[in-house]
Design a protein around this ligand. Structure first.
Ligand code: CTP
Ligand code: MG
Length: 549
């Protein structure tokens, strides 16, 4: 029997059950099991989407009294929660208890008019709050941070960090940032609903798979399944009613047409949507734009259900053992610091590929830390059965049916072993395959071959060039070496020496190829030490300045 934590919510909203997973009786407590409530991905998505539909985004004056602001908004209905954040101005995200309150707010709102420009009238859930009397509001509200830390802040932080978990805590998406992501999708859904009233815009990728870093892009998927299947069950008697529709030669062309229209719509009418680009000839056609108020770079796709399923799979892997996310974050930060990844598309390794590599590596440990996708398929029940475009996407969705790992290796050891493993991987012969959890012969000559877990004939890292792969291998070897040195040099964990991960995140020694030569590495480590010392100096200085005030 699992204890249920019942969250109190406003009248009118459904109280949610959050199960806190207990350690199954008889299994070994390794200390690495996640203590977070493990909900099904679909439950989590539905709940957050429903919250987002009751939420509005408001551009606020710089100085505002929080109490008066809330009192003003409460006249439209009770408020469940709210927060402020800054992004080229102050914004408030306000979640009402009931969806109806939004209609009342919209009815009490007018479309602005200026002498110089003409507004295109559009009633959305994105508002602008103005003060009638500027001087009466003086206080500044506390705003939540939505931005990633700078490199300098990162190094400073790591200098004092006690474990790799610090990276995860500092970089993972916050609750507020996640809410803002669901809200942004919901606002875009309102736009798309003008054409497809039953559509759903779902976030996928790192915004929802638990591997997202603050500042990562927002991948959205326009789901038209409801529109397609709506009347499927309304068949009676001898009659079959169909909609009159336009036909096009392929699914791809249909996708291109839908996205093209939505791109135009976002460009012309979408409040806060700027820099709209229609990238319709890509393998997976998309509309890219910036959502100015949230600061998110958005990629809108449609007909991309398999990617949503991949996100669900990663969500499950991330929830199975808390070392998974911490290790993925460390590897992502390491790759970013060495420019192995980039926000610009190109011949580099992507975060998605790196995540797959970490999962594969964790499947290869002895005993394994993560199960293979095939074994997750074996645990599936009838409800989990799922075939998308002929691809079998069946795997167990109920996390409690997966046995926790007996492996007790530390995160620090795993990071070192990750670098060792891929520093010596036979990339020329073998492919990475999380479905079977073992290397296989490469089916083609791509430098890096990582099999797409569901569309098994696709390589998710097809874009990676030989030179980028070589850079990854060289850096992995160098990092394994640095961590090895740490182990031998460091007398005890508590000693006052700069800590291994910081040295891994700094740019390499000038002559990277000579990583096997102890001398040049000693030099690199000395450089790191000096840098850290200077950071420590700055920190003390800052502290003195602040406390001296
Ligand atoms: N995807 C895929 N095959 C690829 C690239 C992407 O199936 N070759 C899917 C994955 O489900 C991925 C999602 O599209 O999670 C979004 O891609 P991308 O934004 O590149 O990766 P993220 O996982 O979101 O990571 P990031 O934080 O870098 O955005
Ligand atoms: Mg992404």
């Amino acid at each position: 029997q699992r204890p249920i934590v019942r969250l109190l919510s406003c009248p009118g909203t459904v109280a949610k059950d959050l199960r806190r997973d207990e350690q199954p009786s008889g299994s070994v407590e390794t200390g690495f099991e996640d203590k977070i409530p493990k909900r099904r991905f679909s439950e989590m998505q539905n709940e957050r989407r429903e919250q987002a539909q009751r939420t509005v985004l408001i551009h606020c004056p710089e100085k505002i009294s929080e109490n008066k602001f809330l009192k003003y908004l409460s006249q439209f209905g009770p408020i469940n929660n709210h927060f402020f954040y800054e992004s080229f101005g102050l914004y408030a995200v306000v979640e009402f208890c009931q969806k109806e309150s939004i209609g009342s707010l919209q009815n009490g709102t007018h479309t602005p008019s200026t002498a110089m420009e003409t507004a295109i009238p559009f009633r959305s859930r994105f508002f602008n709050l103005k003060l009638k009397n500027q001087t009466s509001e003086r206080s500044r509200v506390r705003s939540s941070n939505q931005l990633p830390r700078s490199n300098k802040q990162l190094f400073e932080l790591l200098c004092y960090a006690e474990s790799l978990n610090t990276l995860l805590k500092e970089f993972q998406l916050t609750e507020e940032n996640t809410k803002l992501r669901y809200l942004t999708c919901s606002l875009i859904e309102d736009m798309a609903a003008a054409y497809f009233p039953d559509c759903i815009v779902r976030p996928f990728g790192s915004s929802v798979n638990t591997f997202g870093k603050l500042g990562c892009d927002l991948d959205m998927f326009l789901d038209l399944d409801e529109t397609r299947n709506l009347s499927a069950h309304k068949i009676s008697g001898n009659f079959l009613m169909e909609f009159q529709v336009k036909n096009v030669p392929s699914e791809r062309i249909a996708t291109q047409k839908i996205l093209s229209v939505l791109g135009e719509c976002l460009d012309h009418f979408g409040p806060g949507c700027v820099g709209v680009q229609k990238i319709l000839n890509a393998r997976c056609p998309l509309v890219r734009f910036s959502h100015q108020a949230s600061g998110f770079q958005c990629d809108l796709t449609t007909n991309n259900r398999i990617a949503l399923t991949s996100s669900e799979l990663l969500y499950i892997y991330g929830a199975l053992d808390s070392r998974v996310r911490a290790l993925v974050f460390s590897v992502r930060c390491w790759a970013r610091a060495h420019s192995l990844t980039s926000s610009i598309p190109g011949a580099w390794i992507t975060n998605f590929s790196l995540t797959m590599m970490v999962i594969f590596f964790l499947q290869r440990r002895s005993p394994p830390i993560l199960p293979t996708l095939d074994s997750l398929k074996t645990l599936a029940d009838a409800e989990d059965k799922c075939v998308i475009e002929g691809n079998n996407c069946t795997f167990v969705r109920d996390l409690s049916r997966i046995k926790p790992s007996q492996n007790t290796e530390t995160l620090e050891l795993l990071l070192k072993e990750f670098f060792e493993y891929f520093g010596n991987f036979a990339f020329d012969k073998n492919s990475i395959n999380i479905r079977q959890g073992r290397e296989q012969n490469k089916p083609d000559s791509s430098p890096l071959y990582i099999q797409n877990p569901f569309e098994t004939s696709l390589n998710i890292s097809k874009n990676v060039s030989q030179s980028q792969l070589q850079k990854f291998v060289d850096l992995a070897r160098e990092s394994a070496w640095i961590l090895q040195q740490e182990d031998t040099d460091r007398p005890s964990i508590s000693s006052n020496r700069p800590w291994g991960l910081v040295s891994l995140l700094l740019p390499s020694a000038p002559n990277r190829k000579s990583f096997t030569k102890k001398k040049s590495n000693k030099f690199a480590i000395e450089t790191v030490k000096n840098l850290l010392e200077s950071l420590k100096g700055n920190r003390t200085e800052n502290f003195t300045k602040t406390s001296g005030k």
